[in-house]
Ligand binder design. Structure first.
Ligand code: LLP
Length: 421
């Protein structure tokens, strides 16, 4: 459930009609609902109620400062994957003890930054990284809390570009090597082992791959404890999918996921961390765009929008589906037509949807891409010298621009011409 609903024939974000926001900030723009973000956080929190847990919002999904602050105010921690995300999380008020640091390529500078500022744990992904972190910590007189990310070699049954838990993926260490790696970690005085980490992919639509992976983590926990390690924390990653196509079967709910987590790892007495990104932010955001032209092609009509692949890259990059709806509710029973929905960028990949059935639309009409709150604005670029899309947060009848559209002057002046040219 989200808070983008038609009221009196007009799509609203909570209590605010979207045409009002469009008139104020121009199109295209991203719009987020604070109520939906909050609701999604609570769904996970309730799903794990009664267990010792921390929900570490994966801020890569949507790292706007206001969104991260909202999460932090609810009690969430965050999962960061770069020094930049770490600094942004701190700027949003998230204390170091609620920040976990993931990623296969943490640099020594990033490690130092997090150790200086405070960190809950590093999710270490390789032996060389483990050695580097030990050296950095020792050079600072610090001890780095770590989990080791294990690769359980399970098929997440998701798009190949966002599957991370198969042996051929670059993530984690093979689970078969885990005992040897933990044995080495125990000899490194700059490290303190606190648990195990696993993340098998994103947009998972079934619980089965999670369960297979978590069962392997439970078995490993027992083996590592028998080896004398203190495993008190399990980071189970993110990955729960969302319903992008409302017509399709819905992915499992956080409540079902939580029940499975309890069943599979609940008896280990470990603190549970999860790192959801998409389920928190995805359906809490939309991208609103205006029709520039409707163009009749050979046997097809093109709906040419003012949003493009640089603003929302998921369709071009993963052939992802986003529902597209008109902001003015069509009259009941109105006949729909097939449109190829495209942006103005100069490549054919700038296509959001082919033969999408939509009610009649004309120049100037507004449309909204649903489920665009995660991996939308964060993956945008300024390709074709198109300004980054502004972001707006709505809460009830409050509207705030939480990122302005840059001016062309700002964009041009970011470059410099060398004096010898
Ligand atoms: N934890 C780790 C270590 C991750 O790598 C990710 C996502 C998450 C948590 C959050 O997963 P989520 O709950 O959002 O599924 N750009 C792609 C998605 C990339 C996901 C990368 N890792 C997309 O637009 O579909």
């Amino acid at each position: 459930m989200d808070h983008f609903l038609y009221r009196d024939g007009v799509l609203h974000a909570e209590d605010v009609p979207l045409p009002e926001i469009a008139a104020r900030v121009g199109t295209p723009f991203y719009c987020y609902s604070a109520a939906t973000l909050t609701r999604h956080y609570h769904l996970f929190d309730e799903a794990l109620a009664g267990t010792d847990h921390l929900i570490c919002y994966a801020m890569k999904a949507n790292s706007n400062l206001a969104v991260v602050k909202l999460m932090g105010d609810l009690g969430a921690g965050v999962d960061v994957v770069s020094g930049g995300e770490y600094l942004k999380a701190r700027a949003a008020g998230i204390p170091g003890e609620r920040i976990v640091f993931s990623g296969v390529g943490k640099t020594r500078a990033e490690m130092r930054l997090a150790l200086e500022g405070g960190i809950r744990q590093f999710n270490v992904e390789s032996e060389p990284e483990m050695e580097a972190l030990n050296e950095v910590a020792l050079s600072m007189g610090a001890v780095a809390p770590i989990t080791v990310r294990v690769n359980p070699d399970v098929d997440a049954q998701t798009h190949e570009k966002i599957a991370t838990g198969k042996a051929e993926n670059k993530f984690g260490i093979p689970i078969a090597k885990a005992r040897a790696v933990y044995a080495r970690a125990a000899t490194l005085p700059g490290l303190k082992v606190v648990g195990i980490d696993v993340h098998i992919g994103s947009q998972l639509t079934s619980l089965e791959p999670f369960e297979l992976a978590y069962a392997k983590v439970a078995e490993l926990t027992r083996a590592l404890r028998a080896d004398g390690h203190s495993i008190t924390r399990l980071d189970l990653g993110g990955g729960l999918g969302i319903p992008y196509e409302r017509s399709n079967a819905a992915p499992p709910l956080p409540l079902e996921y939580g029940a499975m987590v309890r069943r599979v790892v609940g008896d280990l007495g470990c603190e549970i961390e999860i790192e959801p990104g998409r389920l928190i932010a995805g359906n809490a955001g939309i991208l609103v765009s205006q029709v520039i032209y409707v163009k009749e092609g050979e046997g097809r009509n093109f709906l040419i929008l003012d949003a493009a692949m640089n603003d929302l890259v998921r369709p071009a990059m993963y052939a992802a589906h986003h529902d597209i709806v008109p902001v003015i509710e069509p009259a009941p029973g109105v006949e729909q037509g097939a449109y190829d929905v495209v942006g103005p960028v100069c490549e054919s990949g700038d296509t959001f949807a082919k033969s999408r059935m939509l009610p009649p639309l004309a120049e100037g009409d507004l449309v909204a891409f649903r489920s665009a709150g995660a991996y939308g604005a964060v993956m945008a670029s300024e390709y074709n010298m198109r300004p980054l899309v502004p972001e707006v947060l709505v809460s009830g009848d409050h509207v705030a621009v939480i990122r302005e559209r840059p001016s062309f002057d700002e964009m041009i002046n970011r470059d410099t011409i060398p004096e010898w040219l």
